[in-house]
Design a binder for this molecule. Structure first.
Ligand SMILES: CC(C)(COP(=O)(O)OP(=O)(O)OC[C@H]1O[C@@H](n2cnc3c(N)ncnc32)[C@H](O)[C@@H]1OP(=O)(O)O)[C@@H](O)C(=O)NCCC(=O)NCCS
Length: 155
């Protein structure tokens, strides 16, 4: 197994065009559709870092800051920011872009935990995570504190 990977290695950026079948009754992006996009982006970052399959263990926070009108482009940027033995803490930032004006807004933030699994579906050890820049080191420490606070609540 690869011993360690830089944080930048697994960063994932997914852009989706929002379509009418993704709407809620108000004509904005349905929350469940947004969750699916967040989950997909997080999964790409997770399997890159793990170098193999990984499953969603939890999505423990999504802040819905504002509505996203159908027709907008939605970009999810996912980064593995901290790892345990087999689990990965992933932050997903969501941006909505109005194509006619080019305006791009940060609309949502989500935190997900993915667990790498082996061929029997059992948790599998992941490479160490190596932050490379000052911003990445800050993200690493923030994610570590977030994980500790969440685990204290879970216990
Ligand atoms: C996620 C899963 C593999 C964990 O298996 P498990 O045998 O319960 O694992 P463990 O209790 O040994 O925990 C393994 C790791 O996952 C973490 N973990 C497990 N459940 C978690 C949760 N709900 N939230 C956060 N972390 C979790 C543990 O803290 C541990 O982390 P570490 O190894 O980095 O210290 C298992 O519960 C599973 O397969 N769930 C279904 C996943 C799924 O179907 N997802 C949707 C489709 S992708």
């Amino acid at each position: 197994m690869t011993e360690s990977r830089p944080m930048s290695y697994s960063r994932a950026e997914l852009t989706t065009m929002t379509m009418p079948h993704m709407a809620n009754i108000l004509g904005d992006l349905f929350g469940g559709q947004l969750m699916a996009l967040v989950d997909q982006a997080a999964a790409v970052a997770a399997i890159r870092h793990a170098g193999g399959p990984a499953v969603t263990a939890s999505i423990d926070r999504v802040d819905f800051r504002e509505r996203i009108p159908i027709g907008s482009l939605v970009t999810c940027i996912a980064a593995v920011e901290f790892v345990g033995n087999t689990s990965m803490e992933i932050r997903v930032e969501v941006y909505a872009e109005t194509v006619s004006t080019g305006e791009r807004r940060h609309t949502h933030t989500a935190h997900a935990v993915f667990v790498a699994i082996d061929q029997h579906g059992r948790p599998r050890r992941v490479p160490r995570l190596v932050p490379g820049t000052e911003a990445e080191r800050e993200a690493f420490e923030r994610a570590r504190a977030y994980r500790e606070a969440r685990d204290a609540t879970r216990r």
